[in-house]
Design a protein around this ligand. Structure first.
Ligand code: PLP
Length: 380
């Protein structure tokens, strides 16, 4: 079996698995906010994890706010910014995740804000010039991702950050797909907020981090009993937060794999193109995450490819929304100006930092057989 949907959700990584088994066997378990001895021990382990996460992410201890994941992080970041400003212009890009798009839409629908969607180039990179021209005196916030979940294309987040800092506009950087796949440093990133999600990097689902440059500005969306320094109410998922630290350490330990993986992926894509001259690799010439390939064979539905690969025990996604059995080109691809002919055909192959790179050989053969078979009965 090959699992190639890490961008959707990564399996629990090896070190986290080992850590959890030991941790569950040995305890302790208690409410980290309790004042008895076991509570203090749990609190200490959680705060130690916060320290480890802070160090791995280039943040300070206080800048790390544990939460349930990136959707919550983005919502909190927006809430923190929007409750403190009378400005009404929200700038996002057309390739953002729905966690950003729908949050921006909420502020448009409920608070009379204007959402400005900046252009994306056909290479899958946000148009910096457009961003520059759109920022004005009424801009409340810019929220743009560091790496795209569908294409894996890395965005010029450092330039965006610099621009926002110069214009004194808060910048929320969606680093969900970036952290745990390539090096990230919150301090040098310069964003006001960044988010992380445990299930994208081998830690437990339902855990994450909001990184806040100025923690005092964070406004909780969950009030509760003042946990997380009043920034996020509710008893902490301490076991889960411990796994964030273990997963980040695991990533650091295996950093050298990035280059190997990247080379193997490029070789896989090259061979695939040699076999099928008409296939399209989305964002091919752009800087991309080492482990993501988004490929289409025009005329063959991505779903058909997915099903065929699944019959060979290879799990990929199409990322195209599907209504009434009518696959449509995703919003991300539409923003890039990708035609429906290509857009309906995509499948996303995303593996992990520690996946065996030889997986690409198996996927190559399976995809070759799939395309050869389906090309004879082209779906559209
Ligand atoms: N942002 C991006 C780029 C994502 O890929 C995802 C998840 O797919 C999210 C945000 C939301 O993350 P979570 O599942 O942790 O809420």
């Amino acid at each position: 079996m090959i699992y190639a949907d890490y961008n959707g959700s990564a399996p629990i990584c090896k070190d986290v698995k080992e850590y959890l088994i030991k941790r569950l066997n040995e305890g302790p378990f208690a409410n980290p906010n309790a004042i008895h001895h076991l509570g203090s021990k749990v609190l200490m382990a959680m705060e130690n994890s916060r320290m480890v996460c802070a160090k791995a992410l280039g943040a300070s201890f206080k800048q790390v706010i544990f939460n349930s994941g990136a959707t919550e992080g983005l919502s909190t970041a927006f809430h923190s910014v929007m409750t403190e400003t009378s400005k009404k212009k929200i700038i996002i890009s057309g390739i953002e995740h729905s966690a950003t798009i729908n949050t921006a839409k909420y502020y448009a629908d409920e608070h009379g804000c204007e959402v400005c969607v900046i252009k994306t180039t056909p290479a899958g990179i946000i148009d910096l010039e457009d961003l520059k021209s759109q920022i004005n005196e009424d801009t409340a916030v810019v929220s743009i991702m560091a790496a795209n979940n569908e294409t894996g294309v890395i965005q010029p987040y450092l330039e965006i950050s610099k621009l926002c800092n110069e214009k004194d506009v808060p910048f929320i950087c969606d680093t969900t797909q970036f952290i745990g796949k390539t090096l990230f440093n919150f301090k040098t990133c310069g964003a006001d907020y960044a988010v992380m999600s445990g299930h994208k990097m081998g830690a437990m689902t339902g855990t994450g981090i909001l990184l806040a440059k100025e923690p005092s500005k964070v406004k909780p969306i969950i009030i509760g009993g003042g946990q997380e320094g009043g920034k996020r109410g509710g008893t902490q998922h301490y076991l889960g937060y411990e796994t964030l630290a273990v997963a980040l350490n695991y990533f650091e330990k295996n950093l050298d794999n990035i280059e190997t993986l990247n080379n193997k992926r490029l070789d896989f894509e090259k061979k695939l193109k040699e076999r099928f001259s008409n296939i399209v690799i989305i964002g091919e010439d752009s800087p991309r995450l080492a482990s993501t390939t988004y490929v289409a064979y025009p005329g063959i539905h991505g779903q058909a490819v997915q099903i065929e690969l699944e019959s060979k025990e290879i799990f990929v996604t199409t990322s195209s929304a599907c209504s009434d059995n009518e696959p449509v080109t995703s919003k991300v691809l539409k923003a890039m100006g990708v035609s429906d002919d290509v857009g309906r055909g995509v499948v996303r192959i995303s593996i992990g930092l520690c996946s065996d790179p030889s997986m690409y050989d198996t996927i190559l053969e399976a995809l070759t057989a799939t395309y050869e078979k389906l090309a004879k009965i082209k779906s559209y």
